[in-house]
Design a protein around this ligand. Structure first.
Ligand SMILES: CC(C)(COP(=O)(O)OP(=O)(O)OC[C@H]1O[C@@H](n2cnc3c(N)ncnc32)[C@H](O)[C@@H]1OP(=O)(O)O)[C@@H](O)C(=O)NCCC(=O)NCCSC(=O)C[C@H](O)C(=O)O
Ligand SMILES: [Mg+2]
Length: 309
């Protein structure tokens, strides 16, 4: 059974789809898609000359009610440009005004990058519920991942989730971009470990070859085994594969239910350790099983379009 920290909410974040914010046809498709999160992108998928229009498109999407009509439970994230870029400050103001679930900050390299955004939000009437997600996609970002995640422990901190930026990491380090990601593995694990140490969710990077669903499935399975909560995506055709791999299949549900049922038996309720089908089961396994069942419940609601609150 996959081990998951019981301290984080069991919120499904199987699939997070990037959508270039200025692409009106893609925006029109969104209500029918089954991704758990959408990331409206103002950064790398938007050319410098199109930044203004893309930002206005995001503003309009939230203002005219289209965002509110998305399926309940689909998280709405806006990826801004870095604050050091010519667009970041205006992006942040626009994003805050849209009141999405979270703002995704690209190329985070130190806790100060998070604090700068937190401070800017403090000076506005940003709701306390607004979360921050951070992209880890540079050598410094990976090296400082623990310190960055630690920023989530500060009182009132908004940091909620790490997102791997594999394309930038490959660009910045020069490692070979090979199937199975042999040279990226250590860094990916470092990012997962940092996130887990401080109770953050963590999403794997994108798979660029969007027509190769077998390759996507192999990479998603690797990511699931590494401990990621889900994967970021670039195309609607990738959602089904990834939702299945990061979901809770029938075998895991049955295992979890068996553990919960076993501990519910009168003779077991107060026991620390029990024997189940020839395996040692401890109360920590009960916590994991309860979390698995809660996540399965939320996934079922999400997949029925009823939200995952
Ligand atoms: C990759 C694409 C450019 C491919 O586009 P296209 O050739 O147009 O795809 P299709 O013809 O197969 O599209 C079929 C229909 O699906 C809609 N569509 C396509 N992509 C999306 C999407 N992401 N969300 C919603 N809908 C989408 C098309 O509009 C078609 O519908 P219709 O027009 O009605 O026929 C394109 O998929 C794309 O732009 N993807 C997103 C790219 C992106 O956001 N990139 C930035 C994030 S990746 C990254 O930067 C990660 C990280 O930072 C790192 O460093 O790794
Ligand atoms: Mg990137």
């Amino acid at each position: 059974m996959t081990q998951t920290s019981p301290s984080r909410p069991a919120r499904p974040r199987r699939s997070a789809l990037y959508l270039p914010a200025g692409n009106s046809r893609a925006l029109a498709k969104l209500p029918a898609l089954g991704c758990d999160s959408v990331i409206l992108d103002l950064e790398d998928s938007v050319a410098p000359g199109a930044k203004h229009d893309a930002r206005e498109a995001v503003r309009a999407f939230f203002k005219d009610g289209r965002a509110a009509e998305l399926p309940e439970g689909m998280e709405k994230i806006i990826r801004i440009n870095t604050l050091s870029s010519p667009w970041g400050g205006e992006d942040l103001l626009a994003a805050r005004g849209c009141r999405p679930d979270a703002i995704l900050i690209p190329k985070v390299e130190s806790p100060e990058d998070i604090v700068a955004v937190e401070d800017a939000l403090e000076q506005t009437d940003a709701p306390a519920s607004l979360r921050l997600w951070a992209m880890i996609e540079t050598p410094l970002g990976v090296m400082n991942a623990g310190r960055i995640a630690q920023a989530a422990r500060t009182d009132g901190a908004r940091l909620d989730c790490f997102v791997v930026g594999g394309n930038d990491l490959i660009k910045e380090t020069g490692v070979a971009d090979l199937p199975g990601r042999p040279w990226l593995g250590t860094w990916l694990m470092q990012i997962v470990l940092a996130a887990r140490a401080y109770g953050l969710d963590v999403l794997d990077g994108v798979y660029n070859d969007f027509k190769d669903l077998d390759g996507l499935a192999a990479e998603a399975r690797d990511g699931q085994a590494m401990g990621f909560d889900g994967k970021t995506l670039i195309h609607p055709g990738q959602i089904g594969v990834v939702n299945a791999i990061f979901g809770v299949d029938a075998k895991r549900r049955a295992e979890a239910k068996a553990i919960i049922d076993a501990y519910a038996e009168a003779g077991n309720r107060d026991r620390g350790v029990i024997s189940l089908d020839g395996r040692m089961v401890e109360r920590l396994h009960l916590e994991i099983a309860e979390r698995v069942m809660e996540k399965a419940r939320r996934i079922d609601l999400r997949d029925q379009g009823e939200g995952n609150t």
